[in-house]
Design a binder for this molecule. Structure first.
Ligand SMILES: *Cc1c(COP(=O)(O)O)cnc(C)c1O
Length: 391
């Protein structure tokens, strides 16, 4: 039985997969079972931030596996302490809760927001505002938080306590907060990833911050996709000049090992107390060892400037291509508006020609490894250009 047959026989059919079996990778390149080579402009889904099997990252992970792979969170480990210190120092936050995915990081943020409000104001103030076209995860509660109706099917009853308002509509948000006294938090993505690589307007973000301060709401930033260098700064929030009360991270944080993190600043750092939250694997030493290499790389001299430059370079080249109507996003989180091609058709044709890309709604989405070379960028974009010129 072939790998694909075996897979389809035994793994639940929750994804529309391409008929490709990826076997190994190095840097920007992935190889399938038949030895065909692909340039990966999706890096997992922004998870393999240093590309495939970066040697310093692989060494640190392997060394950790051979030292101590896991302990329960009823003990301390040095690597978790070292990484927590580093992550908080670099991001400017006070405390962190470690988990294993973006959905879980958002669950933690939601619990923090509701408990912050409960501790101060009691029951009845637990509603969280999220944005239309947001994506916050696949758990029942994070699906409820997600502001897209397609996700609100089948799994009834959904968790109550979420209201959605259009992105970049300051008046609507302000009216909503004024009219609903049950609101305790606002949760946004600075660049909506799954929702179509939609970047927030700086004035809207400033207004979210101001309204949260004025009404003692918890400002939550879901930086699961935009965080950890993806946009050219460690956090995308830096480029908007705001510091949310809570920021969630996952995807690229540990270079391809499952990890999530929920960061809290002064206002919320002590909200979760002993016994109120937990995760068996959260802060796992192997994940922390991988994450340490990622954060060391991000903070190395000139690295993030280079991410910004590469993002700009890719954007310019895309804008010069036939078939491209416009480009959205920030840094190396890039959405391509196509004039007439269907994004999923482009994705399939690109894979045939040895280029792996992503889509987001009707756009092509690119999340190349942050370490990609200009040579590989050119090579990948040449393939994309060829496809778009044929449509
Ligand atoms: C991917 C994503 C999530 C969900 O992360 P998982 O690790 O799949 O649970 C949540 N929020 C955003 C913005 C994401 O891009």
């Amino acid at each position: 039985m072939s790998t694909i047959e075996k897979f389809n026989e035994h793994v639940m059919h929750t994804y529309g997969r391409l008929p490709i079996v990826l076997e190994s990778g190095s840097g920007t390149d992935a190889h399938d079972e038949d030895g065909k080579e692909y340039i990966d402009f999706g890096s997992g889904i922004g998870t393999n931030s240093l590309g495939y099997c970066d040697s310093a990252w692989a060494d640190a992970v392997c060394a950790q596996v051979r030292t101590i792979q896991h302990t329960s969170n009823y003990f301390y480990t040095k690597i978790q302490a070292d990484y927590a210190e580093k992550l908080c120092t670099v991001t400017g936050y006070d405390s962190v809760f470690f988990c294993n995915s973006g959905g879980e990081a958002n669950e933690c943020a939601i619990k923090i927001a509701r408990k912050y409000s409960f501790d101060k104001y009691g029951e009845g103030r637990g509603t969280i505002v999220t944005l239309v076209d947001s994506f916050h995860g696949r758990t029942i509660t994070t699906l409820s938080a997600t502001g897209q109706d397609v996700f609100h099917q089948y799994f009834f009853p959904f968790t109550p306590g979420f209201v959605h308002t259009p992105a970049n509509d300051t008046a609507a948000l302000s009216e909503l907060i004024a009219s609903d006294k049950s609101i305790c938090a606002v949760m946004i993505e600075f660049v909506q990833g799954e929702g179509g690589v939609n970047r927030m307007e700086p004035e809207f973000v400033k207004e979210v911050k101001r309204l949260c301060e004025e009404n003692d709401l918890v400002f939550i930033a879901d930086e699961v996709q935009s965080g950890m260098g993806r946009t050219g700064t460690v956090l995308a929030s830096e480029q908007f000049g705001v510091k949310p009360d809570v920021t969630t991270l996952a995807k690229g944080i540990a270079g391809g090992i499952p990890m999530g993190a929920c960061l809290a600043g002064e206002k919320c750092k002590d909200v979760l107390t002993s016994g109120t939250h937990g995760s068996t694997f959260g802060g796992n030493p192997i994940a922390c060892a991988g994450a340490m290499v990622v954060i060391d790389r991000l903070t190395s001299e000139g690295f993030l400037d280079e991410v910004q430059r590469k993002g700009w370079y890719i954007t310019q080249k895309l804008l010069d291509m036939d078939g491209v109507e416009g480009v959205t996003g920030m840094g190396m989180m890039i959405g391509v508006i196509l004039t007439k091609a269907n994004a999923h058709d482009v994705l399939e044709k690109a894979a045939e020609k040895g280029l792996l890309i992503l889509t987001a709604k009707e756009k092509v989405r690119l999340l190349p490894p942050l370490t990609i070379s200009y040579e590989q960028i050119d090579k990948g974009l040449e393939i994309l250009k060829g496809i778009l010129s044929e449509v």
